[in-house]
Design a protein. Structure first.
Length: 268
């Protein structure tokens, strides 16, 4: 049973996590990558055992991302490359489910290593990428056209992140023009099956905190999701008023610091 002080710490931390992740989801489509570290720190502050923190942070993050991604997608239908989504949907779904299952089989330290190892190059991309960078003029077809979204779905599910974290850089580098809505669709395709798989995979886990359905904590979800849901359209409304290039660099710096901290904690 949590004490009053622990509940206060939990509530403040979750509200802040929701504000930041929702705002970044609306402006850059990449708020999910800050949500897992924030949830991890909040869970640590209220005494959740270390071997459960990453699993709960990842599962709860996916549950929060699902409605936020659907909201953003509903606002950005015109900014969605639907042919790419139709081709990518099956491998994304398979990758997300596989990633969630693999998450349940991986230790907390292992998940921290995965998060840090993937987040570092994402941070580097945000810090150094130029608007005109392209590897191709359109997404690849054939086998590689399925391998890429499968990898994005699996890695994103293991990190608990949205479609903007890995999907948006991939879309930009592959020459997709309508990226924000497309990234939101990718986020929904990852987060919905990923969250369900997190509930199932952790259903019989021992030592879970109160109000947990498997690796999704309902209390954390109930506080964070509405805040992120409210902040996402607000962030979208402010997007044209903000220097997005500078915001991307600030996000890249934040991700780099967080990723290196996770790697340090996992290896120490």
């Amino acid at each position: 049973m949590m004490l009053g002080g622990e509940l206060g710490t939990l509530a403040v931390g979750l509200v802040m996590a929701g504000v930041v992740s929702g705002f970044l989801s609306g402006t850059l489509g990449a708020g999910g990558i800050v949500l897992v570290p924030a949830l991890y720190q909040v869970l640590a502050a209220v005494g959740v055992p270390q071997d459960l923190r990453m699993h709960l942070a990842i599962g709860t993050s996916l549950a929060v991302i699902a409605p936020v991604s659907l909201l953003t997608l509903s606002r950005d239908k015109a900014a969605t490359d639907w042919p790419t989504i139709r081709r990518w949907s099956p491998p994304l779904l398979v990758g997300a489910i596989g990633g969630a299952v693999l998450t349940a089989m991986t230790s907390g330290e292992g998940l921290m290593l995965v998060f840090g190892a993937v987040a570092v190059p994402v941070a580097a991309y945000l810090l150094i990428a130029k608007p005109g960078w392209r590897f191709a003029s359109r997404p690849p077809q054939g086998p590689f056209g399925a391998i890429l979204p499968f990898a994005v779905g699996g890695a994103s599910a293991m990190m608990g992140t949205d479609g903007g974290t890995l999907g948006l850089p991939a879309l930009n580098l592959l020459g997709v023009e309508r990226t924000l809505g497309t990234a939101s669709a990718i986020g929904a395709l990852i987060a919905i099956p990923g969250a369900i798989a997190s509930v199932v995979a952790g259903w019989h886990a021992e030592g879970l905190p109160e109000y947990s359905w498997g690796y999704v904590n309902l209390m954390a979800f109930a506080v964070t999701a509405p805040v992120a849901f409210f902040m996402a359209p607000l962030g979208a409304s402010f997007a044209h008023l903000i220097d997005r290039a500078r915001l991307r660099k600030l996000l890249g710096l934040l991700i780099a610091i967080t990723a290196l901290k996770m790697l340090w904690d996992a290896l120490s």
